[in-house]
Design a protein around this ligand. Structure first.
Ligand code: NAI
Length: 330
């Protein structure tokens, strides 16, 4: 029997985590869940941001499925998501964006964003110079740029992808983004069968909006990757359909790209698909290849019937109903 840690956070986290566990339970019978909680609710009850034993559980199980966790904006504690990624050195944030159904004016989008997950402005090196001047330090290192680049190129080879697009703002941030770009290009030179393209982040946003189908694997830094992946989610019908994996050398945490959706929390309205797709990525990572394929196919089939989907996709179903519909399609 294997065990994965399930981290339940805030907002819609509980509803969609329950959906994902229900689907995985239906599909795989030798997998247990160790459920741990984290976030604002836990903090208000206990004074700690994470339930006791959470980190030990992830350390032991090496794999976790995580619901979204809230982070106060502008003030308050630092992001638990960022802490977890740093603690387990989950350097590769992999975010597939694929058209599953008729939920947007774009068709046939199939790209994957590789976002460096541990440095950049997310390093949290901020300084108050005076009440009227704040600094944030952008940190980019050769080693961390190289390992995310290698991960992206290796993925491209393993998944029959043709092109890697490196996204920076190296015309302005010549040292930091310049280093990332040069390291990524050096890695790319080791993969002569793949096309390497470099593009500036501002142009990238426009090119994506004009035609996202011309992109394949996108390799970028932490902040640009965060913004681009929400932008890309818009091409396929929104955040309810965008899964992600945070992968390190020894640990991996799978989660939806979206946040806690406080506006719809507790109403049985949330779309569980992004977290269930993340669970499919988790199953593949754990070696349950067939189960992962079955799950992806079932999600695909379920999404062909718009009226049976959740409200964000134009349907009438509740979270529970759509979860059951995916199970019916398994
Ligand atoms: P959000 O992703 O929670 O919501 C943005 C919009 O998308 C809202 O209108 C929401 O209703 C909708 N939405 C998101 N997920 C949905 C789903 N599964 N089904 C249907 N509609 C969905 O982003 P927001 O409002 O900026 O952030 C809220 C909180 O989430 C913040 O505290 C933020 O820090 C946190 N957050 C956590 C993340 C994580 O745990 N990995 C990632 C992003 C944000």
């Amino acid at each position: 029997m294997s065990e994965v840690t399930v981290i339940i956070g805030d907002g819609i986290s509980e509803e969609i985590s329950n959906s994902a566990m229900k689907v995985v339970n239906y599909l795989v019978d030798d997998l247990d869940f160790d459920i741990k909680r984290a976030g604002i609710d836990v903090y208000e009850k206990t004074g700690c941001l994470m339930e006791e034993g959470l980190l030990e559980s992830v350390e032991r199980n090496k794999v976790a499925l995580k619901g979204p966790i809230g982070t106060p904006i502008g003030t308050g504690f630092r992001s638990i998501n960022v802490e977890l990624r740093k603690k387990f050195d989950l350097f590769a944030n992999i975010r597939p964006i694929k058209t599953y159904g008729d939920f947007s004016r774009y068709e046939d989008v199939d790209l994957v964003v590789f976002r460096e997950n541990t440095e950049d402005l997310y390093a949290g090196v901020e300084k108050e110079i005076s009440k009227d001047e704040m600094h944030s330090i952008k940190i980019i290192t050769r080693g961390k740029s190289e390992r995310i680049a290698r991960k992206a190129y290796d993925f491209a080879v393993a998944n029959d992808r043709n092109k890697v697009t490196i996204v920076t703002k190296a015309n302005i941030m010549k040292l930091t983004d310049g280093l990332f770009l040069n390291v990524a290009k050096d890695v790319g030179a080791e993969y002569p069968d793949l096309e390497t393209e470099e593009i500036l982040i501002d142009n990238m946003c426009m090119q994506l909006v004009l035609d996202p189908t011309r992109f394949d694997v996108i390799l970028t830094q932490n902040l640009y990757g965060d913004i681009l992946s929400d932008l890309c989610a818009g091409f396929i019908g929104g955040l309810g359909l965008a899964p992600s994996a945070n992968i390190g050398e020894h640990h991996a945490i799978f989660e939806a790209v979206h946040g806690t959706a406080p506006d719809i929390a507790g109403k049985n309205l949330a779309n569980p698909t992004a977290l269930i797709l993340s669970a499919a990525m988790m199953l593949e990572y754990m070696g349950y290849q067939d189960e992962s394929k079955r799950l992806n196919n079932a999600i695909y089939r379920a999404l062909q019937h718009k009226e049976k989907c959740t409200k964000d996709l134009g349907g009438n179903a509740s979270t529970t109903e759509f979860t059951n519909y995916i199970i019916e399609n398994l």
